[in-house]
Write a protein of this length. Structure first.
Length: 521
């Protein structure tokens, strides 16, 4: 009998035979290239994250991972409990790998190459991670993650910057805490959570995120966290502009920003008052070019519920004469119809903005169009990172994991900027390019080598980029005795964001804020 054939074990009369497969040799497989033998080597030290050591070096020089572990408010009492470093390292590897479920962690557990590089003993199980997060006090856990997020972004807040505020919906499919019906345009009737998010525009860095039940998606539920964030940042580091969609163009948010002296730019809903203003302006002269086919005009309005007149930017754009119209629900078959506008008629798309900024129409219109990058952030965080998953029955662990995802998202974005300062790369392209590659660990003469085999078509460019990063860290290490951890972090940010900073160097302040001191220590 061949070693590849199955054998039937002896069995008592009347019972079913027990089939055992011989797994001690290669398995023949027929392919289009002919027959090949497939064999397993469970003892080989290999990893699918072969390029991760460069990211580990980034975390080590910046002190980010060590500070994250040191500040974690999780303290085990059992001598058999896993180290906190193993728990957070497991979370880091899972988020970097693009996981969306705790169960996906199992795919990492046999990796023996990467954990030691992070100072870990091993990758923990999904249950150990869930239990560990459950043992963290929610209030202390949120404070811990807030300090880490502040440490990443605070050096950049001395530059003129824009704060984007928005809310995104996360559909739920179980009986989780806070899973209630709310505004859910993609899956109407589906319970959800809402993620109230605050981002540093253009750099795609998350400043804070708060999870609330699905029926608390409006700006009045965002306001407490928004004002708390600004208070935590400190007036000298406030944004040059607060920007949001039509949900934030209301009396509560605008009066709050005006009372604090914070400039804002919001879109307005197409209410009856806004429509009447557009109607009056349509036949009037004075429309100015607003860019990308739009025209604009200033006016002052005091809509119902407003406490004062405010500056309004009316925008319009002429549509093409030949239009296609679709009809039908999300699940119903769509029907397509065609409409042609007569030569004597014109069709316009319109919008209205409200602002406290004294700028020309073209500038204001472009500033709001740039807010579309915020929507790209949400798409990436939900579909390419873990905001769309990692769900537990309690809201506290969902909040902790959302903060961890935002933190790793920030770390990875800054690291990719080191590799390519001229472009932002979403995870769907940056992971295959800069992270995933098969690597085998080889030990010889007391030296450890990772032999990387990348199937990516731009592997030569990646190697050159990593060589440049390694050279930068080597220079940084030579000056390590003269530099504090905060000095090193400012230099790394200056290198990664040299296009954004136009070559300027960031310098730490004389007095370090409390949050930065905690993270750096």
């Amino acid at each position: 009998m061949s070693e590849h054939q199955s054998v039937v074990a002896a069995h008592p009369a009347g019972s079913q035979p027990r089939v055992e497969s011989a797994l001690d040799g290669p398995i023949p497989v027929d392919t289009y290239a002919g027959r090949i033998d497939v064999d397993w080597d469970p003892e080989a030290a290999v990893t699918p994250l072969g390029q991760l050591p460069f990211f580990v070096e980034f975390l080590r020089h910046a002190g980010l991972f060590d500070a994250w572990v040191a500040g974690c408010p999780l303290h085990y009492t059992s001598p058999n409990a896993p180290p906190v470093r193993d728990l957070l390292g497991t979370v880091l590897l899972s988020i970097l790998s693009g996981h969306r479920r705790y169960a996906h962690i199992t795919a990492l557990r046999a990796d023996t190459v990467i954990p030691p590089l992070l100072g870990m003993r091993r990758v923990l199980s999904e249950d150990a991670v869930r239990r560990g997060f459950a043992a963290i006090d929610p209030t202390r856990g949120i404070l811990w993650l807030t300090e880490q997020l502040d440490y990443v972004s605070r050096p950049l807040l001395g530059e003129p910057w824009i704060l984007d505020v928005d809310t995104t919906v996360k559909p739920l499919y179980g009986h989780q805490e806070g899973a209630v019906l709310g505004y859910n345009p993609r899956k109407p009737g589906r319970p959800s959570h809402t993620y109230h998010s605050y981002l540093l525009a253009n750099l795609r860095l998350v400043l804070d995120v708060e999870i609330q039940p699905g029926n608390q998606q409006t700006s009045k539920h965002s306001a407490p966290c928004l004002w708390t964030l600004l208070q935590r940042i400190g007036r000298p580091f406030w944004p040059a502009l607060l920007r949001g969609d039509c949900d934030f163009g209301n009396e509560g948010i605008m009066s709050g920003a005006e009372a604090r002296g914070l400039p804002y730019l919001f879109k307005l809903r197409a209410t009856a008052g806004v429509k009447r203003a557009i109607e009056r302006a349509m036949s009037a002269a004075g429309w100015q070019t607003a860019g990308q086919g739009w025209e604009g005009q200033f006016t002052d309005l005091r809509l119902e519920g407003w406490s004062r007149h405010r500056r309004i930017v009316l925008l319009r754009r002429k549509l093409e004469r030949n239009l296609a119209i679709t009809d039908g629900g999300r699940d119903a078959p769509r029907q397509l119809g065609f409409a042609t506008i007569a030569a004597a008629r014109e069709m316009w798309e319109y919008a209205a903005l409200v602002t406290s900024v004294d700028a020309e129409i073209r500038t204001l219109a472009q500033l709001y169009r740039d807010r579309g990058d915020c929507e790209n952030d949400f798409d990436e965080l939900k579909n390419q990172w873990g905001w769309g998953g990692f769900t537990t029955h309690d809201l506290a662990r969902c909040q902790l994991m959302a903060g961890c995802v935002a933190l790793v998202f920030n770390w990875w974005n800054l690291f990719t900027r080191l590799a390519d300062p001229d472009h932002h790369r979403e995870a769907i392209t940056s992971r295959p390019l800069l992270l995933t590659a098969i690597a085998r660990q080889v030990r010889h003469a007391g030296r450890t080598t990772l032999r990387v085999s990348s199937p990516h078509g731009r592997h030569a460019w990646v190697r050159a980029a990593f060589a440049r990063i390694a050279g930068f860290f080597a220079e940084l290490s030579q000056a390590a005795e003269q530099l504090t951890p905060l000095d090193r972090w400012y230099r790394m940010l200056s290198e990664a964001l040299k296009k954004y900073l136009r070559g300027r160097q960031l310098h730490p302040p004389d007095r370090i804020p409390a949050a930065a001191t905690t993270a750096a220590g």
